[in-house]
Structure formats: C-alpha cells, structure tokens
Design a binder for this molecule. Structure first.
Ligand SMILES: C[S@@+](CC[C@H](N)C(=O)[O-])C[C@H]1O[C@@H](n2cnc3c(N)ncnc32)[C@H](O)[C@@H]1O
Length: 504
C-alpha cells in the first residue's frame, strides 16, 4: 500500500470534513434511518447536485453512485483521481467515476470514550443492486458495534482480533492494548483492514492471514475479541457460503470450536469476548450448551443471551441478509434447506448473544448465564465499563462467604428505580420491579422483603443490620429471611444494582 497516497486521502477527508455529523446535516436523521433500512432515496435527493466535497464523497462512497470526474477530483485534491484508482477506491475507466469500495465516517463510543474514524469495506447491496458476493467484506454493522461497545477497558499489553474483516475490532482493541494481532481467512479483508488502520493512523496492529487460531499458534494474549462467522448454514445443498458470516462448520460447531480453543491463547486471567449463536435442541437448552463449551475449554464464562429465533425466522433473516428477497425463485428452496438442516439436529430455536470467557488465574469461579432482552444503554460510559464493573463485583463477592457478606455495607446504584403496581384499591403492591437505568437495563421482580432490604441500602448500615431490622418489621424469622435473601442480594451485586463497600 502506498503510504503517501493514504496520507493524501486522509488529508482530503479531513479537509472535506467528511464526518458523521456532516452527513446527517446534509440529509437529516430520517434519511439516516432510511439508509439503515436499505432505502437511499431520501439521502440521494438531499445531496443531488451539491458540489460540497463532503456531499460528493457521500454520493460516491456512501450512496454508491457514479459521479462526474471533475466533481470527484475536486473532492480529492491531494490524492487525485489517479491516486484514488491506484488505492482501489474508484474505477476511472468510463466517462463517470464509479466507486469500488464503501468508505464512510464511523463515530463511536467505547470504553475509552468517543471518537471517529473512516472505514472502507466492500460496497453493499444498496450500491451494487445485486446479492452479495460470497467473499464480501462487511462494513461496520450492528453486530460489530455491539461487540466493540462491550469491549472491556484496558490498558493491556496484547490483544487478538479473530476474523477482523474491515478491522473494526482491531482498531478498538488498539485503543486499549499496546500491540494487536488481527487475523482473517480473507486476504481481501486484510487489505481493507490494513488500509483502514493506515487511514486512521493506527500503527500498532499486525495483520495475519489464516484460519481461526492458525496464524497465532503457540501465542497467548491478554484480550481476544471476535465477531466470528457464526451464522448456521446448511451444507452441501447449494446454499451460498458467505465468508463474512459462515465459517464452513455444521450447526453451531464453529463457535463451539473457538470457545474450546480459546484458553490456549489467553494468558492466565486473560479475557475473550465473542459474539455467537447456539442451538436449542429438543432435549438441550441452548445457553447451557454454550456454557458446556466453556466448561470443556476450562474457562470461566459469563454468557448473555439477547434473543432467540425459531428456525423459520432464522432462515428468513439470513437469506434476506445475503440479498435474496422473498419474491425471488431461490427464496423458498433456501428456506426449505435451512429447515431440513435444523430438523436433522432437532433444533427448535437459535440463541444469539455475548460470551465473556476468562482463563482462570486461580480457582474457576465465574460460571454464569443470563437472558437480557431490554434495549441496551449505549450512553455515557459505554457498556464495556459497566461489564468491567460487573466483573470486578463478581470477583469481590465470589470468595466472600455469607457471614462475611453480612458484614459488608451495600448501597443502591444511582441508576436504580423501583416500580410498584397495585390492583386498583389494593393496599399492598402485586408486583415490585427494580429497574436499572444504565448498562444492561436489567429488570428484577422482587418480593416485599427484598424491596425493603434494597430500600435501606444506603451504605451506612451493614447488610446484617438491615436484614435484622427488616425481619423485625415484617415479623419473620431473621435466619430464614437471611437464607432467602442473600442469594438475591448476590445477584443484585453482580448486576451492578447494589454496590458493596467494607465499611459505612
Ligand atoms: C462477521 S465478520 C466480522 C468482521 C469484523 N470483525 C466485525 O466485527 O465487523 C467475520 C469475519 O471472519 C472471517 N472469517 C471467516 N472464516 C474464517 C476463518 N475460518 N478464520 C478466520 N476468519 C474467518 C470473515 O472473512 C470475516 O471477515
């Protein structure tokens, strides 16, 4: 790659003020939302005819339209059309300039705060008007943003991004790690990821070609991040095998294999964060199945399931993702192939979620699964910070026995509210719910006693003193109440809804 050309491109993008806010200023938030739904018409109309360099760049590289050579040359004065062609950004052969990549600003919030990069990837279905190529290199999508938002804060020494694609997780890891290795099976993906690192002046990423952990054989990292090609795909029946989403395995074997192999590539105490799918089978719970992979790999695990899809919905989602529409003749045979594949393993549903895996540094303590379907808080500090605090709370509380727990002083987290629902005219509530305003926005149904305990957690009183007082107010046996409430208190601490300190 020509480093001077990449510097010239960077200078042009900066000079054009080619930023997320600028694009939204051109076409508004409704057009942004339409673009996300696959409708570019409102955005195209908003920038039609504009000679503003950022509008020209948006027409060509975001909306995928061809444009007038003079306009594009004017928007890239330092790089020039020849330089853009040399970098593989445009085709200059015809009378109009045709984009060859998608190149857009990407604004983010991760554990280190807010930032903005430019990211190049393959042109999407919207620009090409055709189903995706099987070697398509994905841009920054919903799953990418989910994983990057969850990444734990550093600083750490080394990190690995497995299946880097356009390099987005590697770029985020480079904010937390001194050195990052990014791997992919696709050399086209690595070329784009290298371009993105250079374009954003990130120099600490090493790119390596190869399958899964092959390129890092014998190496261990402090952190691993992977948005792996986890999509479950029928084999041997002509279903397109997309590199970006499908690792060639049967069922959920690809994610299972990555989880089992992860411990060999983590230092003790090192953490891997993955996205994944897991199958629910007639006699097997999907989350327990995923937890079993971590057990086989000797890893601590915290697995959060965000959604489950039945086989038909799963097939529809991924057939449409590849660009095949319900009206096309391929659609129904493809749905049939997916349903046959699921039926062969008695799959009843597919779960999607996040896996946090840790190589135990001592006793293996963390072994937890959760189902959370509330919308996530993507505000102020990012989910990675919340997850990191939850992990710290786990490590604090796991070795603490019940007697020691009673001596600690809990306080309610600032974002927790309580909601009580009454039957009309009833004196006592029928339902009490604690709601978390930030983080995973957990909702926890609690009984009267736990609500009273939480209500008294002001950091001044010990948990033992609070339980004693609540038992006496409710006129119940203190020992029985303590035995009932302590596991629930532990859950609230792990969820970040109660915070423990050692003294009042
Ligand atoms: C879902 S994309 C994720 C891209 C990017 N990391 C992100 O978060 O947006 C999965 C990536 O894994 C790569 N991949 C597929 N099979 C692979 C394999 N066997 N080994 C390594 N990477 C693979 C694909 O080329 C693709 O870039």
């Amino acid at each position: 790659m020509d480093a001077a050309a990449v510097r010239a491109l960077r200078a042009d993008l900066e000079a054009a003020r080619f930023t997320v806010d600028r694009l939204t200023a051109f076409w508004g938030t409704a057009a942004d939302a339409a673009l996300e739904r696959g409708n570019r018409v409102p955005a195209v109309r908003a920038v039609a005819g504009s000679t503003d360099p950022a509008a020209v760049l948006a027409r060509v590289f975001v909306l995928g339209l061809d444009d007038d050579p003079a306009a594009v040359a004017g928007a890239l004065p330092a790089l020039g059309l020849a330089g853009a062609a040399e970098l593989g950004l445009v085709d200059t052969a015809g009378s109009r300039i045709r984009p060859l990549v998608d190149l857009r600003p990407y604004a983010f919030l991760d554990a280190r705060g807010a930032g903005e990069w430019w990211i190049a990837s393959d042109l999407g279905e919207l620009a090409t008007g055709a189903a995706l190529r099987t070697d398509h290199v994905l841009g920054v999508g919903g799953a990418s943003v989910t994983l990057s938002g969850l990444l734990l804060p550093g600083p750490v020494d080394t990190a690995l991004d497995l299946g880097t694609g356009c390099g987005i997780q590697a770029l985020h890891l480079a904010r937390e790690a001194r050195r990052v290795v990014a791997t992919d099976i696709s050399s086209r993906a690595l070329d784009l990821a290298r371009l993105n690192a250079a374009l954003n002046a990130v120099t600490s990423i090493e790119f390596r070609l190869g399958s899964l952990f092959d390129p890092v054989s014998g190496e261990r990292f402090d952190r691993i991040a992977s948005n792996p090609p986890f999509v479950i795909t029928p084999r041997g029946v002509g279903v397109p095998e997309y590199e970006y989403r499908d690792g060639g395995a049967v069922g959920d074997d690809l994610v299972a294999g990555i989880v089992r192999a992860t411990a060999q590539h983590l230092v003790p105490g090192g953490i891997a964060q993955l996205l994944g799918n897991w199958e629910y089978r007639a006699t097997e719970d999907g989350l327990q199945r995923a937890l079993g992979w971590a057990d086989e790999g000797g890893l601590e695990a915290w697995i959060i399931e965000r959604e489950t899809l039945d086989p038909a919905r799963y097939a529809e989602t991924w057939i449409r993702d590849g660009g095949t529409r319900p009206a096309s003749p391929e659609y129904e045979p493809l749905v049939g192939a997916w349903l046959d594949d699921f039926a062969a393993r008695a799959v009843t549903a597919v779960g999607f979620g996040y896996l946090l895996l840790r190589r135990p540094a001592g006793d293996r303590m963390l072994r937890r699964v959760e189902r959370i379907d509330a919308p996530l808080d993507t505000g102020a500090s990012g989910l990675g910070v919340h997850l990191s605090a939850a992990l710290a709370a786990h490590d604090l509380i796991a070795p603490v026995d019940d007697a020691a727990l009673l001596a600690l002083h809990p306080s309610v987290a600032g974002d927790v509210t309580e909601e009580r629902s009454h039957w009309p005219g009833a004196e006592h509530p029928t339902v009490i719910t604690l709601r978390q305003g930030g983080g995973f926005r957990r909702e926890v149904r609690v009984g009267t006693a736990l609500a009273a305990v939480v209500g008294a957690c002001d950091g001044e009183l010990s948990l033992g003193a609070i339980l004693g007082a609540v038992a006496s107010i409710l006129d119940v046996d203190a020992a029985a109440l303590t035995a009932e409430i302590l596991p629930e208190v532990r859950e609230l601490v792990l969820g970040g809804m109660l915070i423990l300190t050692s003294g009042g």
